[in-house]
Design a protein around this ligand. Structure first.
Ligand SMILES: Cc1ncc(COP(=O)(O)O)c(C=O)c1O
Length: 430
């Protein structure tokens, strides 16, 4: 291994830029040396509080001891067979656990995969196989991944889709409700009806796909009456509902799946990210009759449902029970929301504080005017916070939202320290 004993962030970043294409973005000019729970240390020894969690992957924190122990134990037994060749129990156990956790009073089955985009691809395949229909309706501002189908579903051009088309056909985008920006629930539902009238017959639509809380799009929560209205349209035309819980799932919002807070049970749920606390695994959980539509051999993948990922995910589920992390998620959300509201009182640029459970964000506008998103201020606050030792991420269609995805295992002291740094960063850049 070629690791310099006294590497600097700048030195490694120069190597990174020479060796890695610029298309792989870089939120922070930092190289990690080690991480523990909600803190990390860079190669120069500087400590950071991590409010980004590797983009929603670390709900149980960096290197949770139980997760690491489970992975080490698995490494001593076997690391790979390909589940379709030689099966292993942790895959089956994880499927059973996810089936039991998913909402809906119907039998369920789960297929395990590796990445979020792969889960979405498979959810669409399963929906098409079950319905015999091709059409998929997704929503503006939604983000579903970087493969060509999931980019097609994604409702934002720059930077994700620009230059990568054409995308698979039979994908249509309806409006996601966003009252803050002038799209009411009625507007959003009407836009679905318009697509069914103008673009594709309802009987050729397999599924609606939506995030219960839009992640990359800006942490906008799908309003309950929107979900109920969508379900009515879905039922009228036998269209399935796919919940993309890649970012909102695994306990982030106070329930294991955010859609547990809907009055409607989705037919299929895509899950990934924090499911395995830092190890790559994903899955599609859904109605058994729908999940069984693809013929044998139609689903899977070489690394899909890796035993190491399964062992990590089972440990994550145990940690959620042992440390009561669903209740903690609500408490973390309440503490963060109160903290952000306090900062907002002193800074009129913060025009909105919102979220569900611990999936919390603030949106910035010039002078608080919601027609003037302030990406520049957002960028400066995020950069200043990093300088002061707090890792944050922005998001949103206008890059003017600061989102928080801190580990749910973070102590109140660390949460408060992070909020203080955020507040000081606002003071210093204003
Ligand atoms: C809601 C949502 N869906 C899908 C994806 C894609 O997941 P992955 O990057 O693991 O492919 C993401 C990633 O951020 C996401 O937030």
């Amino acid at each position: 291994m070629n690791r310099e004993p006294h590497s600097t962030n700048a030195g490694l970043m120069a190597r990174r830029h020479a060796a890695v294409p610029r298309g792989v973005g870089q939120a922070h000019q930092i190289f990690i040396a080690r991480g523990s729970n909600a803190e990390l240390w860079d190669v120069e020894g500087k400590r950071y509080i991590d409010f980004a969690g590797g983009i929603a992957v670390l709900n149980t924190g960096h290197c949770h001891p139980q997760v690491i122990a489970a992975v080490k134990a698995q490494l001593d037994l076997y690391t790979h067979t390909c589940f379709q060749v030689i099966a292993y129990e942790p895959y089956v156990e994880l499927a059973e656990r996810l089936n039991a956790l998913a909402p809906g009073r119907f039998p369920k089955k789960t297929v395990l995969l590796s990445t979020g985009a792969e889960a979405i691809e498979n959810a669409v395949k399963i929906a098409r196989a079950h319905t015999g229909r091709a059409g998929i309706i997704s929503f503006t501002g939604g983000y579903h991944g970087r493969t060509l189908l999931t980019l097609g579903l994604t409702g934002k051009i720059a930077p994700y889709k620009a230059g990568f088309g054409p995308f698979p056909g039979e994908v249509f985008h309806a409006l996601f409700p966003n009252p803050l920006h002038g799209v009411s629930v009625a507007d959003a539902l009407a836009s679905v009806e318009t697509i069914l009238k103008n673009d594709i017959e309802a009987k050729r639509v397999a599924a609606f796909i939506l995030e219960p809380v839009q992640g990359e799009g800006g942490f906008y929560v799908a309003p309950p009456d929107f979900v109920e209205g969508l379900k009515k349209i879905a039922d009228r035309h036998d269209i399935l509902i796919i919940a993309d819980e890649v970012q909102s799932g695994a306990g982030r919002t106070g329930t294991w799946f955010a859609c547990e807070q809907w009055s409607v049970a989705p037919d299929l749920i895509a899950t990934a990210k924090s499911l395995a606390g830092g190890f790559p695994i994903s899955g599609v959980v859904g109605r058994a009759d729908v999940m069984d539509a693809p013929a044998p051999g139609g689903l899977g993948g070489t690394y899909a449902g890796s035993p190491v990922g399964c062992a990590a995910a089972l440990a994550v589920l145990q940690v959620f029970e042992d440390e009561r992390l669903l209740a903690r998620s609500k408490a973390v959300g309440a503490r963060l929301t109160a903290g952000l509201r306090r900062i907002a009182e002193a800074h009129p640029a913060i025009g909105d504080v919102r979220g569900l459970g611990a999936m919390v964000a603030m949106e910035l506008f010039e002078g608080g005017d919601v027609t003037r998103p302030d990406a520049e201020l957002t960028h400066r606050v995020v950069a200043e916070a990093a300088r002061r030792g707090l890792v944050l991420l922005s998001c949103g269609n206008h890059a003017n939202v600061i989102r928080i995805l801190v580990p749910l295992t973070a102590s109140d002291a660390v949460l408060d320290e992070g909020l203080r740094i955020l507040s000081d960063s606002f003071e210093s850049v204003r």
